[in-house]
Ligand binder design. Sequence first.
Ligand code: BG6
Length: 499
Amino acid sequence: MTNETSDRTLGNGHPDPANIVIFGATGDLTKRKLVPALARMYRARLIHPLSRIIGVAHNMEQDAWVAMVRTALETFAADLAFTSEEWEGFAARLHLVCGDLAEEATYTRVAETLAPLDGRVNVMFYLAIPPDWYARVAQSLGSANLADESQGYRRIVVEKPFGLDWASAVELNRQLQGIFRESQIYRIDHYLGKESVQNLFVFRFGNSILEPLWNRNYIDHVQISVTETLGIEYRAAYYEEAGALRDMIQSHMMQVMTLVAMEPPGEYTADAVRDEKVKVMRSIRPIQPGNVDQVAVASQYGSGTIAGQPVPAYVKEPGVAPDSVKETFAAVRFYIDNWRWQGVPFVLWYGKRLQKRASEIVIRFRQPPHNLFDPDGEPPVADALVFRLQPDEGMFLRMNAKVPGLTTKMRRLVMRGPYASATEPLVEAYETLLYDVLQGDATLFSRADEIEASWKMLGPILEVWNKRLSIDRYRAGSWDVPDVERLFEGCVGGWHKPT
Ligand code: BG6
């Protein structure tokens, strides 16, 4: 173990120095997300300047890895534009342990590379590796005595997908918890790190005008959508196994749903918040296998045009089976059986290669009970509160207003509230989440029981969809997904596509 001198220039509240160990140091996640986030944090002094970033990879040497990190920064964080002095400082924090994940000697070398920093050997292990390695690496860390906290904290960050279904998630939890305590395990869901998602907490519980309206008496239904124009890119192997339901609905989108539906926690602490989220998960009305076709829709992109360019069908993407029936679009209508939400549909829908990229939460209010201004006409288009999570983060309140002039006809008035101004750049999700791990704050991470509950809810859909022999297709670049409208039956205003 090497020793480094103390730097006491940081104020209170900055994380203590740590050894940040990345398994999968040459992988895509490391290049696209982790390295840019750590570099930004280094500049903003959100990681202690004594902290060390230790990559673990086989078939690579220190110099080549440092060069890889530099290229990753130039490619995925071009705006950062480190000065040569900053780069030298950051590069001096990088250490590579060359070794195979399957070999015990690798973990011994990791242990030897850990440094006491300010007298403690704090370690964050980040598993940026394929999911079937999570348990094995955790076990090897345990065998090398690397989960032991006697010299400093030991925290392990586990990426999604966390399991492939309820049984595998339970088993993975069991294996991880056999080595690390629950409080050492950080199951990351990058949606929870997005500022616009965190703002939901503040918007709901930092204002008092919403609470009286936030229930079945005033809200007709809720739509949560994530739409993308990208296809599966380079991830055919993963996607052929996962599909849209596992990739997005089980994780990011059910997490967002719990934030919309949860009761106010007694305090803003990891367990108080997660207790409330779990209560929502457990109140979701179980879906019966015989009912799946009524409450869920799957579809797959065919060929089409995005931004004027022709794009291939999913089944023509490199690495995808030509007869694949995996869904690239998934939608589910949930009900939450509790006092607040009884009878209010929550429709979650997600797709790749749709017409537009956007993530939204639409809270659709009930229609006025009586059409005062045109008793024989159509009821007015109902009002809605829309949270735009990305891009153009912000809120819109849609209300009915009078058309100017000698009339009482109504039209829609939209009040817009951008979340941040141009001079307030949003912090990237991975920066927030890495910072929280270094601070030991698990509020934005999923607990074992939350993940298990979400998998349990989706079990019947997975079971039915796994047996599927064919799938409907939609034209890439369109909203023409067959059969979705029926999930919005009875919902005021119907299916809302982002505009
Ligand atoms: C990932 C999914 O977790 O989230 C991807 O695996 C998806 O398929 C991505 O594209 C969406 O994240 P964001 O932050 O771009 O909305």
